[in-house]
Design a protein around this ligand. Structure first.
Ligand SMILES: Nc1ncnc2c1ncn2[C@@H]1O[C@H](COP(=O)(O)OP(=O)(O)O)[C@@H](O)[C@H]1O
Ligand SMILES: [Mg+2]
Length: 348
């Protein structure tokens, strides 16, 4: 049984334009020790999906479908039971470490607190374990710096501290929502490397959220490409990135920054973008969310939500890094046959 099984997760939110569907029938499964990437432009529903897994959605949100952790249904659990799961079996790392850290408490206290709360450790034992955790995530001289406050650390160190907090009780599932977006590129690599090591060390399952294709390509062996609250394409990362069956996935690739060697005197190359803007949730078409921004759109795309289509693995494809298990390659696009005739990487 997979550790995490999400089926038809749907989230409605009240807005000034009425109740809108912000997440639409998202389904996936995740094994222990595996990393699933969630990618898509800002506003596509990544964070809401993450918050739903943690039971941290805003109170007005209406949630449907199912989220099972090790077979146990999480939707509909009481706040008290969810609270016992969070920080214990489930943990989350956010984009901005200061949202997780309390500026008026020492970092040591903040790492030790969940150990006392969830594991019932005494003060001394919790303190010793907290120092170990801080050392593990790369805070030098953790014992000496135990009593210092968040503002005395750099952004990268603060993110390491929130990772130590998330790890404190040995979670089975870790959700990292844009964990490196606020950090310098070199620090980003170190934090992502640390997360990978920890996943392997503890056989955790990791949901890694990013709008950055490079981050997902390097750190997640399977992924969901999201647009307008829907999963438009999913599968093993190398297969999806090689094939790019959905026009939106192709658009993401076309829009990614490339390394340029600047030519003296030349105007900087404009970054291509996906045509149009992400519509407001209330304005999403009844059919495919990408209809209207996509060059392959027909009438039918507006009328009908495309069902999942299973794509055959290309003959002779390399075995997945997780030898025992391969996520199937699924696309939701009515026009995928027409698109297949087009070379991958072509503009949508
Ligand atoms: N509390 C809320 N009330 C109303 N709309 C929200 C709320 N939170 C998020 N949204 C909307 O839901 C959509 C998805 O948001 P989010 O999951 O945060 O996107 P992402 O993390 O992919 O950038 C966005 O259009 C956002 O404006
Ligand atoms: Mg987000």
């Amino acid at each position: 049984m997979p550790l995490l099984e999400v089926s038809d997760l749907t989230i409605h939110l009240p807005t000034r334009r009425g109740l809108v569907q912000a997440v639409r029938k998202v389904s996936f499964a995740l094994e222990r020790g595996a990393t699933l990437g969630l990618i898509g432009e800002s506003g596509c529903g990544k964070s809401l999906t993450a918050l739903a897994l943690m039971g941290l959605l805003p109170e007005q949100a209406q949630v449907g479908g199912s989220i099972r952790l090790d077979g146990q249904e999480l939707l509909g659990l009481s706040e008290r039971r969810l609270c016992a799961l969070r920080g214990n079996r489930l943990a989350m790392v956010f984009q901005e470490p200061m949202t997780a850290l309390n500026p008026v408490h020492s970092i040591g206290r903040q790492v030790a607190e969940p150990l006392r709360l969830h594991l019932g450790l005494g003060r001394r034992a919790a303190q010793a374990r907290a120092v170990e955790l801080l050392e593990r995530v790369g805070i030098a001289q953790a014992a000496r710096r135990f009593g210092e406050y968040p503002h005395q650390f750099s952004g990268g160190q603060r993110q390491r501290i929130t990772i130590a907090m998330a790890l404190a009780c040995g979670p089975e599932l870790l959700i990292a929502d844009e964990p490196t977006t606020a950090l310098d590129v070199t620090v980003q690599q170190q934090i992502l490397g640390l997360l990978q090591e920890l996943v392997a060390e503890h056989s955790m399952a990791l949901v890694l959220i990013s709008h950055d294709l490079g981050v997902i390509a390097q750190n997640a062996e399977q992924l969901l490409v999201m647009y307008g609250g829907s999963v438009v394409e999913s599968g093993m990362t190398e297969t999806v990135f090689a094939r790019r069956a959905h026009p939106y996935t192709r658009g993401l690739f076309a829009a990614r920054p490339q390394m340029h060697v600047p030519v003296a005197g030349a105007a900087p190359a404009r970054l291509p973008t996906i045509a149009g803007t992400v519509p407001e949730l209330a304005d999403l078409p009844a059919g495919c969310p990408f209809a209207g921004r996509c060059g392959f759109t027909t009438e039918a795309c507006f009328a009908q939500v495309p069902g999942p289509r299973l794509l055959q693995a290309p003959a002779g494809s390399a075995p997945a890094s997780l030898a025992s298990w391969r996520q199937p390659h699924v696309v939701r696009c009515l026009r995928d046959e027409a698109i297949r005739a087009d070379a991958p990487g072509a503009k949508p």
